[in-house]
Design a protein around this ligand. Structure first.
Ligand SMILES: Cc1cc2nc3c(=O)[nH]c(=O)nc-3n(C[C@H](O)[C@H](O)[C@H](O)COP(=O)(O)O)c2cc1C
Length: 440
């Protein structure tokens, strides 16, 4: 057990995603409670009091985002669930979409009521087939049962929902490009201000929240903010869905109470490293979060993962973040230069090209790592990579360039010896290995 549960508190069966099963475990009662007994502002205040932080990457307080919107200002407002889930290593929203779609729908109805939203959207990753089918079927069930449409539960509240399928661009997970994509434009991020809560979809106030963030709402309204605060740590209440992949014995999606011991999670729950190797490193929150070191690392950070707890503060102090909850476990014997090449190939391919430091920088970094691995690296290449990475800091419209820069710098800082070795010996110290191989 990884602590208390909010989202995974039921047994997954072939029918547990259906409306019938959801109602049997108390589903849609929180919606009734909100619609019948609370004013929209009271719902928002409950979310503020719960301390719920965004689960999409930046951990921004959900309630604070909502407070910008006045539900009674007479103009249309929109709510969008970000189900793009494009961050490499991240597959936890998929679990909600496949196994508990009604939790998301009920939570979105509660949010729509609080925010004065008549039309809400789910922007779902184009490659997600089963999640899309499950969500679409759940929406049909919810309409048939009177949870969407006009005069929901006889309370006078009306709300419709639309599912929009993405076309496979990572950058369309970024909130402003996601909205551009729904509007039918090219998925380019745009500068703020104005914030999306002021001018978002169709130039109207819009809240974009991650699937997991939203899915907590039904529980919070059902049990109350104070009960939610009993779970997790004072600064990071609640739980996180963590998708674990890489060199790990039991990969998968886990719900972990914030504040849980990382060593216990990795070794007891996930079964430890999947070959008889030491833990070399962990990328904790999708490849855009900074790599942390494990037991084998030559350059230990003060917060080696074995001694840390899983919460937002602890990870920020260690120079990383829980990000999107996509945890990639890396065994000793893995070539970090090759791993960085894989990451940079992705960023190079996915940079939308609007901002020069990102468009040029990602390709440039990718080519340099390629040349280092091909035995043609120059001693000055490492410093050049630092300079290119740092040139993205704060100079791009969206976070893709910044995050890619920070992730690159962390790899260089924490595994510098391997990059230097590769340049000096004109080959990878670990033969470019990315697999988990038993030590010989
Ligand atoms: C390049 C890029 C890709 C992103 N992809 C996602 C994504 O797939 N899912 C997501 O929820 N947030 C993603 N985000 C973050 C969103 O812009 C936004 O902050 C988030 O959806 C807000 O939800 P939250 O406050 O509930 O975390 C991405 C950001 C960037 C810069």
């Amino acid at each position: 057990m990884t602590g208390r549960k909010v989202l995974m508190d039921f047994e997954v069966t072939p029918t547990s995603h259906t409306l019938e099963a959801y109602l049997a475990r108390g589903g849609y009662q929180a919606l009734a409670k909100a619609l019948r007994g609370m004013k929209p502002g009271e719902v928002t205040q409950e979310i503020v009091d719960s301390g719920l932080q965004g689960r999409g990457g930046a951990a921004f307080p959900a309630g604070r985002k909502w407070q910008v919107i006045d539900p009674h200002d007479g103009q249309p407002h929109y709510l969008v669930a970000n189900a793009d889930e494009g961050e490499p290593g991240t597959f936890k929203d998929r679990w909600v979409l496949e196994h508990s779609p009604h939790t998301l729908l009920e939570s979105m109805l509660i949010a729509s009521y609080a925010l004065g939203v008549r039309h809400s959207f789910i922007y779902i990753r184009g490659e997600f087939d089963l999640p899309w089918r499950r969500v679409s079927a759940a929406i049909e069930e919810a309409y048939a049962a009177g949870y969407f449409g006009e005069n929901i539960l006889g309370t006078g509240f009306s709300c419709d929902i639309f599912v929009f399928r993405g076309a496979g661009a990572y950058v369309c997970g970024e909130a402003s490009s996601l909205l551009a994509s729904i509007e039918g434009s090219r998925g380019y991020p745009r500068n703020r201000p104005p914030r999306l809560t002021v001018k978002g979809l169709f130039q109207r106030p819009t809240v974009v929240n991650n699937v997991e963030t939203l899915s907590n709402l039904a529980w919070i309204i059902g049990h109350g903010a104070a009960a939610f605060r009993q779970i997790g740590t004072p600064k990071s209440p609640g739980t996180r869905l963590i998708s674990v992949s890489g060199h790990i014995a039991r990969p998968g999606v886990y719900e972990v109470e914030l504040g849980y011991s990382w060593a216990k999670f990795l070794h007891d729950e996930c079964g430890g490293v999947s070959c008889d190797r030491e833990l070399k490193a962990v990328i904790p929150g999708g490849i855009s979060s900074q790599v942390l070191t494990g037991r084998d690392a030559k350059v230990l950070t003060p917060h080696d993962v074995e001694t840390m707890i899983l919460d937002h503060d602890a990870l920020w102090q260690a120079g990383s973040s829980l990000g999107s909850g996509g945890m990639i476990v890396i065994a000793e014997g893995t070539c970090m230069v090759s791993l960085l090449r894989v990451m940079l190939r992705f960023y190079h391919h996915e940079s939308c090209g609007q901002c020069t430091p990102c468009r040029e920088g990602m390709g440039w970094l990718h080519r340099i790592v390629d040349r280092i691995l091909a035995g043609k690296g120059r001693p000055e290449d490492i410093d050049l990579m630092y300079r290119i990475s740092k040139a993205n800091d704060g100079t791009t419209i969206c976070g893709l360039g910044d995050a890619a820069g920070y992730a690159t710098v962390a790899m260089l800082d924490r595994f510098r010896d391997e990059f230097d070795w590769c340049v000096e010996h004109k080959r990878s110290k670990y033969d470019g290995n990315l697999e988990c191989r038993p030590s010989t």
